[in-house]
Design a protein around this ligand. Structure first.
Ligand code: AMP
Ligand code: MG
Length: 485
């Protein structure tokens, strides 16, 4: 299929007009360049890139051309930002261009980020820049292939239209795909504006399109909260087990589908430092890596509060109280799998391992990969601290870990096979992204496209450049990301 033959459906516009503003994209000005396209993401909507007219794709991404039957809109939502409620949020620089039904009958939102000003732009320009669009593009495609729930990204186009940030940058648009752009903040907006009817409509809408099994529930609001809680607990468990730090976990950046959403100043831990804060604008460390589980719980409490008028306190509280157990189960499962051990019986081994990582601030991703490949000497060398010392007790741990594996696996080959499937060689580390960004800003998109291909296969060493697997260079330690990232 090509863009103009896609089947566009209308779902969100069935909700009352106060939920959105109909708005056409503001076309990018000047010269355009297609930076990259994810063939995997295009497949989700049956878009055939070989058949697709390139110029039409570029014009579409630049907001200069729209297929028939599209009715672009900006969504209204609100949210808690850094702990404080802000009623004035909404799509300020993104538009839901349309909803596409694919051959399997699945519907995908096509959202253009950077599409110009809307009713909720609040004095800002409605644009996104090349740097942050590349980060979201590569980040979301990489997370998907790592097995971490996420929105997807189809393509990005940059332009010669200047936008002012800390410096002048190039206005860029990114086409994001997900089954739903509904955020916790959508519900909060309706709750805080006493729009009970709207709240009911939204709960029904989300259940109808995304959780149809809940249709017959006697308490749909609490049942929906339970589903969202379960998905969010799984999501944050995966983040913690792979070292992903979101950076801006405001409730308007929380997806009702439990996906990694609204990528900003995110980072993967290069060295194992649980109190890592990726976002330079977060001076209180509210969104530090190790606070993410409790922040996600806090955000779910905000959602529970917003759903309260449709349920009752006891039911909502009961759901919210299940977070810790749900998170713990998912985290143990994912983290224990990385070491190939039992999530309950052998958990102490995992804890001891993480304590070593914290004590030496090692590159834990590489240690885990070396362990997975059976390269114990390499793992020990990587586990050393800056003074080239192994932590006390490391060799004892290695022996006990191997004894444990010998009980659980039939052979060393089986261990390697299982562990290399869950321990990546490569991650979208900040320094890799930064190199691709620098080249792209100079007009060369080769590195963005090379990394896209590399991140499609994070668990295979084959064909990988050794530099992609290397630890962060020292300049990356000083490098900071802010909200405008
Ligand atoms: P974010 O930090 O991207 O999650 O955005 C927070 C809020 O600010 C959202 O409502 C955005 O739509 C809005 N926003 C962020 N950047 C811009 C911009 N350049 N122009 C207009 N609105 C923006
Ligand atoms: Mg946001």
């Amino acid at each position: 299929m090509q863009l103009h033959t896609l089947e566009f459906v209308k779902r969100f516009t069935h909700l009352p007009k106060r939920f959105y503003q109909l708005k056409q994209p503001t076309p990018l000005r000047g010269q355009l360049a297609l930076v990259a396209v994810s063939a995997d993401a295009a497949q989700l909507i049956d878009l055939n890139l070989c058949e697709q007219d390139q110029q039409q794709l570029i014009d579409f991404l630049a907001g200069r051309w729209l297929p028939k039957n599209t009715q672009p809109l900006a969504m209204k939502y609100a949210g808690h930002q850094f702990g404080f409620y802000n009623p004035d949020l909404g799509d300020g620089r993104g538009l839901l261009l349309g909803e596409v039904r694919n051959k399997q009958g699945e519907c995908w939102d096509l959202h253009l980020k950077g599409a110009g000003q809307t009713a909720w732009s609040r004095f800002a320009d409605g644009r996104a820049v090349l740097r942050s669009s590349i980060r979201e593009f590569l980040g979301s495609e990489a997370l998907f292939h790592l097995g971490i729930p996420t929105t997807r990204a189809l393509a990005l186009v940059t332009s010669s239209e200047p936008v002012r940030r800390e410096r002048i940058e190039a206005a860029t648009t990114l086409l994001r795909l997900t089954a739903s752009h509904i955020r916790f903040g959508h519900f909060e907006h309706l709750y805080y504006s006493n729009d009970l009817e709207g709240l009911k409509l939204l709960v029904n809408f989300v259940i109808e399109h995304h959780f149809p099994a809940l249709k017959t529930s006697p308490d749909p609001a609490a049942a929906l909260l339970a589903q969202v809680l379960e998905r969010s607990a799984l999501l944050v468990a995966r983040w913690q087990a792979y070292g992903f730090c979101h950076g801006v976990l405001n409730t308007d950046n929380m997806s009702i589908l439990g996906e990694t959403f609204d990528f900003g100043p995110y980072a993967f831990l290069d060295t194992y430092q649980p109190s890592f804060v990726g976002n330079h604008s977060d001076d209180q460390g509210r969104y530090a890596f190790n606070r993410q589980p409790s922040i996600v719980h806090w955000n779910l409490i905000c959602l529970g509060q917003a759903l309260l008028p449709l349920s009752n306190e006891q039911a909502i509280r009961q759901v919210l109280d299940s977070f810790a157990a749900s998170y713990d189960q998912h985290y143990r499962q994912t983290m224990a799998a990385r070491l190939g051990v039992h999530p309950v019986n052998d958990w102490i081994l995992v804890e001891r391992f993480l304590n070593f990582c914290e004590a030496t601030t090692c590159d834990w991703t590489r240690v885990l990969r070396a362990l997975a490949e059976g390269e114990l000497k390499e793992a020990s060398a990587l586990m050393q601290n800056k003074a080239n010392q192994e932590p006390a007790g490391w060799q004892v741990w290695l022996e006990e870990w191997q004894e444990c594996l010998a009980k659980l696996f039939s052979s060393q080959k089986a261990v390697i096979e299982a562990l290399t499937q869950v321990n990546p060689c490569v991650l979208p580390r900040t320094h890799l992204l930064q190199q691709a960004i620098q080249q792209a800003e100079a007009g060369d998109f080769t590195e963005v496209n090379r990394l896209l291909a590399v991140f499609r296969h994070p668990f295979t060493r084959q064909g990988k450049q050794p530099e992609d697997m290397a630890s962060a260079p020292s300049w990356a330690e000083e490098f900071t990301l802010s909200c405008s990232s």
